[in-house]
Design a protein around this ligand. Structure first.
Ligand SMILES: NC(=O)c1ccc[n+]([C@@H]2O[C@H](COP(=O)([O-])OP(=O)(O)OC[C@H]3O[C@@H](n4cnc5c(N)ncnc54)[C@H](O)[C@@H]3O)[C@@H](O)[C@H]2O)c1
Length: 271
């Protein structure tokens, strides 16, 4: 049986840490028959990630590219190398993200700009760089191209202690909506996924810091407490979160654009 993304070509940013959401998306896309370029600005775990992808799909269906998502030159190179390798671009997943935990008082303008550059500006640059290729996706697939931005529950929930992250993710939401209107006539859909607590290495490290500060007894207790703020009382894992990215990238979602999937177990209040 053909996969849900059979023959499509995807770029997934932020796929440089084994166990994170970007890696899970690459793996899920390969299983569904896509050819995938995973990118990141680090390559320490490249060998493990490439080996993992080789178990999810044919070895020649995955490429790993070094890529700083804040660099226009890097985006131009990644867009070109993807087309050279696989003949087009049908799916763009803007997944790379960073956070600097502090409120306005303790955040420098430089730090704010760093977070905005990765969580917001990079989405803008990436969409621009891939647009010409995405426009021709409709010639191969009736549903056309798909852009999926990985935002966060931070895009609709204020937080006194994480200004850059929340503001950049909120801006990413408006960028997604505007792009959905602009690119719709070219048959490119633009949607966002808003994960809640998803247990990646980064999150586990963050929870371990809370434990060191004495806020929780151990990481499991921290996870249970935060997950308990949601209606379902559970956390997600990256593989689970990746399902939402498969749906939005597939032709099953060909009537879906400008949508936000709240993959968060109904944590907190939505504004
Ligand atoms: N894990 C969660 O609970 C959660 C919740 C909501 C949203 N998110 C979002 O999901 C995305 C992935 O998060 P994750 O939990 O897998 O964390 P992660 O830190 O493992 O993934 C982010 C990746 O982005 C890469 N990256 C950072 N800056 C970059 C740059 N300038 N250029 C290229 N790559 C860069 C990092 O190297 C890393 O591999 C992020 O956008 C994050 O905001 C995660």
């Amino acid at each position: 049986m053909a996969g849900r993304l059979e023959g499509k070509v995807a770029i997934v940013t932020g796929a440089g840490r084994d166990g994170n959401i970007g890696v899970a998306i690459c793996e899920a896309y390969l299983r569904e028959g896509a050819r995938v370029v995973g990118t990141d600005f680090r390559d320490e775990e490249k060998a493990a990630i490439v080996a993992r992808m080789g178990r999810a799909g044919p070895a020649d269906a995955f490429r790993y590219l070094l890529h700083d998502v804040t660099s226009e030159a890097d985006w131009a190179r990644v867009a070109q190398e993807t087309q050279d390798a696989f003949g087009g671009i049908d799916i763009l997943v803007n997944n790379a993200g960073i956070s600097i935990h502090a409120g306005i008082e303790h955040t420098s303008l430089d730090d704010l700009r760093k977070v905005m550059a990765v969580n917001h500006d990079a989405l803008f640059i990436g969409m621009k760089a891939c647009l010409p290729a995405l426009k021709s996706s409709v010639q191969r697939f009736p549903g056309g191209g798909s852009i999926v931005n990985n935002l966060s529950m931070a895009s609709y929930m204020p937080n006194a202690h994480n200004i850059g992250y929340h503001v950049s993710k909120a801006a990413g939401r408006m960028l997604t909506l505007c792009a959905a209107l602009e690119f719709g006539p070219a048959k490119i859909r633009v949607n966002s996924v808003h994960p809640g607590l998803t247990m990646t290495p980064l999150i586990r490290e963050g929870l371990a810091d809370y434990v060191k500060m004495g806020a929780y007894e151990d990481v499991d207790a921290a996870e249970a407490s935060i997950a308990g703020m949601g209606a379902l009382g559970i956390s997600s894992d990256p593989e689970d979160t990746a399902h939402a990215f498969v749906y939005l990238a597939s032709d099953e979602a060909r009537f879906v654009t400008g949508a936000s999937i709240y993959h968060d177990g109904a944590i907190g209040q939505r504004y």
